[in-house]
Design a protein around this ligand. Structure first.
Ligand SMILES: [Zn+2]
Length: 301
């Protein structure tokens, strides 16, 4: 998926006092590891709002569980033994996908981690800066009923929202996702994540997925291993499939002509889960791919 768009991350200019504060925090946080030489907490220095990033904790000693702390929440993740690439002793590593939400106001957040089932406060921390990427406006024309839904559809739209919320609340403690994600259809991007959208001249919030071109009937492949969390015909999304990839990661595939999986089914990365269609609020056949990480929509790219 990473080849679709060239990425460049213009760094936000920090005022001088900000540089001093960040430098001071870096100096303070660098040696704050769980115990000297025992653990290393890794994350990107800066993340664009709307993106997800991998945070990892590497340990020289066995550990069953690691807790990550991000945006006021604690996320428990199992640690796995990984062979050392240089042929040395094995290390234990825990990884998690975390979101930098589009709406996050802070310019700097603190990532924390601690080791063990009993730990409840960060023992290691590091700062993560947030920056913005340009989000263009996209004007679209759709059937009037999708801009001003008829009142009799209000209950259905509410029910749809509840069904999706319930599916996304499903807990799967086992990590099934792996990076990079599989591209679900070969088509190119027709609408980016985070674009501000105007339907029939009326502003309607941001696009919380990635639209990929695809002719009617094109097979759609699961972007990672997972368990099917929801298969339904939703008012705006049309025929939709949601997949739980474990450890707080979900993907969604909308506007299908036909779903080919059932709820609870275990799917493999690359398995066909449905066919491209034009159901719901669309201008034509395409796949809307959604990626939800720890309850936040993020850019699948
Ligand atoms: Zn879309």
């Amino acid at each position: 998926m990473s080849t679709v768009r060239k990425r460049s991350f213009p760094q936000r200019a920090l005022p001088l006092w900000g540089v001093v504060v960040v430098a001071a925090v870096l100096a303070w946080s660098a040696p704050v590891l769980c115990a000297p030489g025992r653990a290393h907490l890794a994350a990107p220095e800066s993340v664009a709002r709307g993106d997800a990033f991998v945070a990892g904790l590497s340990l020289a000693q066995p550990a069953e569980q690691v807790n990550f702390f991000w945006r006021g929440r604690r996320h428990a993740v199992a640690a796995r033994e990984v062979p050392d690439a240089s042929g040395g002793a094995p290390v234990w590593r825990a990884e998690i996908l975390l979101p930098a939400p589009l709406e996050e106001k802070a310019d700097r957040l603190t990532l924390g981690a601690c080791i063990g089932t009993g730990c409840s406060a960060p023992e290691a921390t590091r700062p993560v800066r947030l920056h913005d990427r340009k989000r263009p406006v996209q004007r679209l024309t759709v059937d009037r009923k999708y801009v001003a839904p008829p009142p009799e559809e209000a209950a259905r739209i509410r029910r749809d929202r509840e069904k999706v919320r319930a599916a996304l609340a499903g807990h799967l403690p086992e990590r099934l996702w792996s990076l990079p994600l599989e591209r679900p259809v070969p088509g190119t991007v027709s609408s980016l994540f985070g674009m501000k959208r105007v339907f029939n001249g009326q502003p309607r919030g941001m696009h919380r997925g990635l639209d990929l071109r695809g002719a009617q009937g094109t097979p759609i492949r699961a972007c990672a291993d997972g368990v099917v969390a929801l298969v339904d015909d939703l008012y705006f999304s049309g025929n939709a499939v949601y997949i739980n990839h474990g450890d707080g990661v979900f993907s969604s595939y909308l506007h299908m002509s036909k779903p080919l999986v059932t709820p609870g089914e275990r799917v493999r990365r690359g398995q066909v889960v449905g066919l491209v269609g034009a159901t719901g609020r669309v201008t034509g056949p395409h796949l809307h791919l959604g990626l939800m990480v720890q309850g936040e929509s993020v850019d699948p790219q």
